[in-house]
Design a protein around this ligand. Structure first.
Ligand code: BES
Ligand code: ZN
Ligand code: ZN
Length: 500
């Protein structure tokens, strides 16, 4: 899909559908919506007057005006209360628009810039979120559908004010680039688990190579040489051996410190010998969403020219059960030298992440490590599918992540890593055990990782609840959301560390 700016009068613009908007409670629309309303004989204000449309958040009004404007269709989207309207609402507002356009198989959609006039948002920011939203909302995984979804070929923003054109164009392009990188990652997450095994994830990562991105894929031999006991153990039950995917992006000055992005890449999580129940197991194809997200973040960083040196490290395994699988009771020696007693083969994510964190530390000496993982069901219980769990070992980096979360609109809620939680992952036979019991499960998993991050500033994101939506919510269609790529890109673009 092409996203582009059109400078001119929206009423005269030819497109398959025009999109205008209304804040809740507005009786006579102004701006571009007012102009369209006038041109089509007051159909929008009549709908408001008769109570057919109130501009509530999520509400839409579809019109076939017949004459008055060049386009055959007009869609009015409700933006809700003006005081509650944020940049992320701009993104969210695109979902009903693109859904309708896809259903009607329209090819060109032309929209006004929401929120930049009466809403008081910065035009460049509003355009960035609109471009991002259009690309994200246009996404559909229809690979295995005989009847393909409609594809919008052009999303245009029509702006009458020439003076903001350059900013709007820039915002639109940056938002669309980010959206495209995210959709690339969503395709990986949506792929059936038999289509995308550790070798497949590595192949997808290789396609990122070129320009400032260098991709290296390591296999069992290297993992053995580096004594990655966690990665090797979890991968043992599968016919496809584990991979360690490393994608370096050199956008910073030579010699600047690395930011390491570590993402869980379990292409399918059966639970292993500690087998999961059959119900819902098919969803465990999204257990690589953290890994896909980190690779997508590198793709976005390259597309946006972010000035920072970034390395994504994705341990990729398939957690299967077979005669060669690792067992509860096994004791693993991790790359860091620490030993871990396995009590559940289903708590596999932390084992592969621990080795990946150690690898990142040893190889890259990063000044910050961020990890993302669909790590625990406990995090889903604690926070639902509205916000990710976030944990870390330093106030400064956690503060920067909080800021990035607020600016990006991707919610992250901090859970504490108080020292007392360490008790729960003490083992009788080894340094640690891989589960911490029923209490505070998201935290004890985070605590386990903290043991390996050591004193490198580190933040862990548990995205188990937010990487996949069951139902449409918060402007996400059902399926992979692409979380936490927007938050990461915001963090990477922000000041401090790396290139500074
Ligand atoms: N991949 C799962 C976590 C998960 C659960 C992700 C639900 C998405 C939705 C993880 O590997 C796992 O199985 N965790 C166990 C840990 C337990 C054995 C300590 C869990 O959460 O039940
Ligand atoms: Zn598991
Ligand atoms: Zn898992």
């Amino acid at each position: 899909m092409k996203t582009e700016l059109v400078v001119g009068d929206i009423g005269k613009h030819r497109a398959d559908m025009l999109v205008v908007n209304l804040f809740e409670g507005v009786k006579s629309p102004g701006g571009a919506t007012g102009a369209v309303d006038k041109a089509i004989g007051g159909a929008i204000s009549a709908a408001i007057r008769d109570g057919d449309f109130r501009g509530k958040w999520g509400e839409t009004l579809f019109l076939r005006p017949g004459k008055g404007v060049a386009a055959p269709r007009v869609l009015v989207v409700g933006l809700g209360k003006r005081e509650k309207f944020t940049l992320d609402h701009v993104r969210q507002s695109t979902l009903p628009v693109m859904q309708m356009a896809k259903k009607k198989k329209l090819s060109t959609v032309a929209s006004v810039l929401h929120g930049a006039g009466a809403g008081g948002l910065d035009p460049e920011d509003a355009a960035r979120f609109l471009g991002l939203g259009a690309v994200l909302s246009g996404y559909e995984y229809d690979r295995y559908k005989s009847e393909k979804a409609g594809r919008v070929s052009r999303f245009q923003v029509v702006e009458g004010n020439r003076r903001v054109a350059a900013k709007v164009r820039r915002g639109l392009s940056r938002g669309a680039k980010l959206g495209e990188a995210i959709n690339w990652g969503r395709d990986l997450v949506a792929a059936p688990p038999g289509d995308l095994r550790p070798d497949g994830l590595a192949r997808a990562a290789r396609s990122l190579g070129g320009g400032k991105v260098r991709v290296k894929v390591f296999g069992r031999k290297e993992a053995e040489a580096w004594k990655m006991g966690g990665l090797l153990a979890v991968g043992k039950g599968s016919e496809v051996s584990p991979r360690l995917i490393v994608a370096e992006y050199r956008g910073g000055r030579p010699g600047a410190r690395w930011t390491a992005l570590v993402g869980k890449g379990v292409t399918f999580d059966t639970g292993g010998i500690s087998l999961k129940k059959w119900e819902g197991m098919e969803k465990m194809k999204y257990d690589m969403a953290g890994g896909a997200g980190m690779l997508a973040a590198v793709r976005a960083a390259a597309a946006l020219g972010i000035r920072r040196n970034i390395v994504a490290v994705v341990p990729a395994v398939e957690n299967m059960l077979s005669g060669s699988a690792y067992r509860p009771g096994d004791v693993l020696r991790m790359m860091s030298g620490k030993t871990v007693e396995v009590l559940s083969t289903d708590a596999e994510g932390r084992l592969i992440l621990a080795d990946a964190i150690t690898f990142a530390k040893k190889r890259y000496r990063p000044d910050v490590i961020l990890d993302a993982a669909t790590l625990t069901g406990a995090c889903v219980v604690a926070l639902g599918s509205v916000t990710m769990g976030m944990m870390g070992n330093g106030a400064e980096v956690l503060g920067r992540m909080r800021d990035a979360s607020a600016a990006s609109g991707e919610r992250a809620w901090e859970l504490p890593l108080h020292e007392e939680y360490r008790e729960q992952i003490k083992s009788d036979v080894a340094d640690l055990k891989n589960i911490g019991g029923p209490e505070g499960g998201a935290i004890t998993a985070g605590y386990f990782l903290k043991e390996f991050a050591g004193d490198t500033p580190w933040v862990h994101m548990d995205i188990a609840g937010v990487a996949w939506m069951e139902k449409e919510k918060m402007g996400y269609a059902p399926g992979p959301t692409g979380v936490p790529v927007r938050l990461l890109v915001e963090f990477l673009q922000g000041g401090g560390g790396g290139d500074a």
